[in-house]
Design a protein around this ligand. Structure first.
Ligand SMILES: *[C@@H]1O[C@H](CO)[C@@H](O)[C@H](O)[C@H]1NC(C)=O
Length: 200
């Protein structure tokens, strides 16, 4: 004789098993089909090196790089997947110090795009080109004249022995179930030349 409670327990554990199997299948399916994107363009403007201080107490004067950049890329293939929970996009500068040969990767801007977000990503730029607001096209990243969000400093305090930097926009896709995947969303055509320090 089954009591109601036992029966309920049985049904619940069955349901849990089915859900686990389903999640497993979704995870495998999206693992096999990691969406690919066409690599877009990053354009760096107004890169300058100035003396300044980080915004923290007791920070010493050092050389800081600041810049503006444009990005054009289409991330719709990533957002169209039913298993995409959110997308992180971030811009890095990678560069090598001539004297030491040390390679640095610095994140200078980032943004999280939620699946539920209906407005498209143009809203981060200063200029808002006219666009059809809707689900379609929301993965078209068009940012213009955006400033670096994080301070770009070199651990040595100077950019003297840095000739150029490679600018890359990366993405990291967080699925509802399954593994995190990442890739390159856009790159700058040429390495960006690090200019002379502006003396004041
Ligand atoms: C920058 O990009 C060039 C060309 O793709 C590559 O040869 C070089 O190793 C890169 N430098 C760094 C520091 O990533």
């Amino acid at each position: 004789m089954y009591s109601t409670l036992q029966r309920l327990n049985h049904i619940t554990s069955l349901a849990t098993t089915y859900v686990m199997i389903l999640l497993g299948l979704i995870s495998i399916a999206s693992y096999l089909r990691i969406p690919s994107v066409d690599v877009g363009k990053v354009e760096v403007k107004d890169l300058i090196i100035q003396k300044g201080r980080l915004r923290r107490w007791g920070a010493r004067q050092e050389e800081l790089a600041s810049l503006k950049f444009d990005v054009r890329t289409d991330l719709n293939p990533l957002l169209n997947s039913y298993n995409t929970k959110q997308l992180l996009i971030y811009l890095t500068a990678s560069y090598e110090e001539q004297t030491t040969g040390n390679i640095h990767d610095v994140v200078i801007w980032d943004r999280i795009i939620q699946r539920a977000e209906i407005r498209d990503i143009r809203a981060v730029g200063n200029k808002l080109p006219k666009s059809k607001v809707g689900r379609k096209g929301r993965g078209n990243v068009r940012v213009e004249e955006v400033k670096n969000k994080y301070q770009w400093r070199n651990p040595s305090g100077t950019f003297k022995d840095v000739e150029y930097a490679n600018m890359t926009l990366h993405y990291s896709l967080m699925p509802y179930v399954g593994i995190l995947s990442s890739g390159i969303a856009a790159v700058a055509q040429d390495p960006v030349i690090i200019p002379e320090l502006i003396k004041r």
